[in-house]
Design a protein around this ligand. Structure first.
Ligand code: AHM
Ligand code: MG
Length: 342
């Protein structure tokens, strides 16, 4: 009988064969992200309701006051990873510094670190628009048996062993890669199970969607301005004018563009001289997914995954999406080489 309706749990076990190390640690790690995603999904889905109840001073079953969703999501992901004792450290957008997890009997024997943006797209939380979780996973570089250090987190995107996101949208999906393509799983909320719904996701090489906060136009550098003028041209041979679509949630904009073909840009500007998005837990995982799905991710000049991180919360500009569209944008940027020095 042919296999069908494959669950994420089954897929993780099946794909363990790809992993270089077979202790099952990485599989257990992805499984714990799956669990945390379901818990956060449950809370995201009653966001408006919680507000109504919250006005009356709602408290949860533990007797704690309701928290903001981004803080809540951070707690859920951190706690799930801590409880399962499968990582040696976590860095999160919500935490100033990385968190050391000593694991079983304080042996520091775990090999992976996780970097996470627990709830990305914060401006959309209160208005019933899609938000997401982004995660990135590395093997530690310092010796097992010692507490994790900053060096374990400041690795190039190139070294990622897995990355993915959860999009809490019209349906909830978990999309991830371990370096063997990108696969998407949709949550059946009735039974709380993710099913493989989007196997082997691929960016169309071309597209006609551009996603950028064009309200900042006057603050952009000349390379981006010239590229945007190109996007506006009435030139059917080049597929322009492009269609503008900008949700303001990286995960949702990226997800749509991966399916339909498009480019997402968060460039430098006078307001955000280094760009806005964070290299380690926003740009690198998105870049890994983009490349695994036959797309491209650069800072306008260099491959995102080749950038050597120096800070946990470092920002970089990002251009990601359909390969030919990103390459075209880079051609405009190349005319203004000074803008590479952000
Ligand atoms: P956040 O981590 O504070 O939510 O910020 C990241 C988000 C991205 O999801 C989104 O693409 C971008 O910020 C939107 O920023 P802006 O409102 O400046 O366009
Ligand atoms: Mg974010």
């Amino acid at each position: 009988m042919k296999k069908k309706h494959i669950t994420l749990g089954e897929f993780i076990i099946e794909n363990q064969k790809h992993f270089k190390y077979t202790s099952g640690e990485l599989s257990r790690l992805i499984n714990s992200i799956r669990l945390a995603a379901k818990v956060v999904n449950h809370e995201v889905n009653k966001a408006g309701l919680v507000d109504i109840l919250g006005a009356a001073g709602e408290v949860n079953v533990q007797g704690e006051a309701q928290q903001k969703l981004d803080v809540y999501a951070n707690d859920v992901f951190m706690q799930t990873l801590v409880n399962r004792e499968i990582v040696c450290g976590i860095a999160s957008e919500e935490e100033d510094d990385f968190v050391v997890i000593e694991g079983k009997e304080n042996t520091n024997e775990n090999k992976y670190v996780v970097l996470i943006d627990p709830l990305d797209g914060s401006s959309n939380i209160d208005v019933n628009v899609s938000v997401g979780t982004i995660f990135s996973i590395y093997r530690r570089v310092t010796p097992v048996g010692t507490p994790v250090t900053k060096e374990d987190f400041l690795q190039k995107g190139n070294e990622q062993v897995a990355a993915g996101y959860v999009v809490y949208g019209t349906s909830t999906m978990l999309v991830y890669t371990t370096g063997h393509g990108v696969n998407g799983f949709t949550l059946n909320p009735a039974i709380g199970t993710f099913y493989l719904s989007h196997p082997n996701m691929q960016f169309p090489e071309n597209g006609n969607i551009y996603s950028i906060n064009e309200g900042n136009y006057k603050q952009f550098g000349q390379g981006v301005k010239e590229y945007l003028k190109y996007c506006h041209l009435d030139n059917p041979a080049e597929n322009t004018p492009y269609t503008a679509r900008y949700i303001g949630s990286l995960v949702s904009d990226f997800h749509r563009n991966m399916i339909k073909g498009g480019i997402y840009i968060y460039p430098t500007s006078t307001k955000a001289p280094q760009g806005k998005l964070r290299l380690l837990y926003e740009c690198n995982p998105i870049a890994f997914l983009a490349e695994q799905a036959n797309g491209k991710a650069t800072d306008g000049y260099r491959r995102i995954m080749d950038i050597q991180p120096t800070e946990l919360h470092q920002r970089v500009p990002i251009f990601c999406g359909s390969k030919n569209m990103v390459t075209k944008a880079e051609e405009f940027m190349a005319q203004f080489p000074d803008e590479a020095n952000y």
